[in-house]
Design a protein around this ligand. Structure first.
Ligand code: XIL
Length: 379
């Protein structure tokens, strides 16, 4: 009997005792990563609670099914350097240790971002605006320490996250940009490359597959490449919903980004089933609503109708069929979470909802989407 079967049969045997006939054990599906071998890596974002052993059952799924892991929060600036010069590596170390055991690749997420970055990064002396020199020094020190610590072990870094503006203009006016200037992006990539010359460096953003933002991403990336900035890949976050976006837009983005000579990573895939007025992933957005409105916006609190579950599986499968067609240019596809109960979409953009965006359900069982994706991969 193989080890997994034994693991699953044991609890039944213990609870049922010898007076009952042995119940048929649930056979675990084959590891997803095996289905994608030779195609691209398949990843999951791992929560800090999972890393701390506070979510029984989730870590075994990560170990079994995924050959790429991203820290959902544990490697963001607020987790890594809460106060200047005080670094906290415990959770991140756990992720790297787990990946070393399973042979998964670790993605570092993320070095330079305007969210989840402590205020001290952007404070000037005596209430003065932050100077370029100090901002640059802080950014470089952070990158050097964090990338340096995991040199050779974290193979890929989301260096800059969400620098493109949703409104007019190309660049978002972040505190980094305000203090350093437009070249903060180039400087971040240079610093990361210096700290680990063999790491794959990614520019990561949401909605850059969509018509309104794709041209801006192309403009930014082209400029960086023209200036010989060490950017190697573009990360399309892919916080999608079953209704949106049309996959044709994602296909266009994959074609146009890869034509620049960049690898494309699908970095934060989830497929929400709930209605939303906001289509994006700016984590500062919250849709304010009355309790009555929330009820309308949160229709599946008890269970998900089969028909929607099926739709979700079909859209996931279509997305993976698209990724597989472009497997030569896609380095990995990462799901933003493991199971529906742990998804950030339960609290974004509306707090306290019940969404069903991932491949495992709230009781950690593989969903129709899991099997549809496995089938799309050809096994
Ligand atoms: C989200 C996490 O999933 C949440 O747990 C956290 O509260 C906020 O951030 N784009 C990103 C991710 O690049 O880091 C965000 O993750 C989701 C949007």
């Amino acid at each position: 009997m193989n080890k997994n079967l034994l693991f699953l049969t044991l609890p039944f045997a213990l609870t049922l005792g010898s007076t009952f006939p042995e119940r048929k054990p649930m056979v675990e599906p084959a590891p997803l990563k095996d289905s994608f071998k030779g195609k691209f890596r398949i990843g999951a974002a791992v929560s800090t609670a999972t890393l701390r052993g506070q979510e029984a059952g989730v870590e075994p799924i990560v170990r079994r099914h995924f050959d790429s892991v991203t820290a959902e929060n544990a490697m963001k600036p607020d987790a890594m350097q809460p106060r200047e010069g005080q670094f906290t590596f415990d959770d991140a170390d756990k992720l790297v240790a787990m990946a070393t055991e399973t042979g998964a690749e670790v993605v570092g997420h993320t070095l330079v971002w305007h969210s989840q970055t402590p205020g001290w990064f952007f404070e000037g002396k005596d209430g003065q605006p932050l100077s370029r020199d100090v901002a640059l020094a802080r950014m470089r020190a952070h990158i050097k320490t964090v990338v340096g610590r995991y040199k050779g072990r974290v193979k890929e870094w989301d260096v800059v996250n969400e620098a493109i503006n949703d409104g007019p203009g190309v660049l978002r006016d972040t505190p980094w940009r305000k203090a350093i200037g437009d070249d903060y992006i180039a400087e971040a990539f240079r610093a990361a490359h210096e700290a680990d010359p063999s790491a794959i460096l990614v520019y990561n953003d949401y909605n850059i597959e969509l018509d309104y933002k794709r041209p801006k991403a192309l403009e930014l990336l082209k400029k960086l490449l023209d200036q010989k900035v060490p950017v190697h890949a573009v990360g399309i976050q892919s916080h999608w919903r079953i209704e949106n976006p049309p996959l044709a837009e994602a296909e266009k983005a994959i074609q146009e980004f890869s034509a620049l000579g960049l690898k494309v990573m699908i970095t934060e895939l989830d497929m929400g089933v709930l209605p939303s007025r906001y289509q994006g992933a700016d984590i500062s957005v919250t849709e304010g609503m009355t309790p009555e409105q929330v009820a309308v916006m949160n229709p599946y609190t008890k269970a998900l109708p089969d028909e929607i579950d099926q739709k979700h599986a079909e859209k996931m499968a279509s997305a993976f069929e698209l990724f597989l067609r472009y497997r030569k240019v896609i380095g990995r596809v990462t799901l933003w979470g493991v199971h529906d109960g742990g998804s950030w979409l339960n609290n974004f953009p509306v707090r306290g909802r019940t969404d069903y965006p991932l491949l495992f359900d709230r009781s950690l069982k593989p969903k129709p989407a899991f099997f549809a994706v496995q089938k799309a991969a050809g096994s």
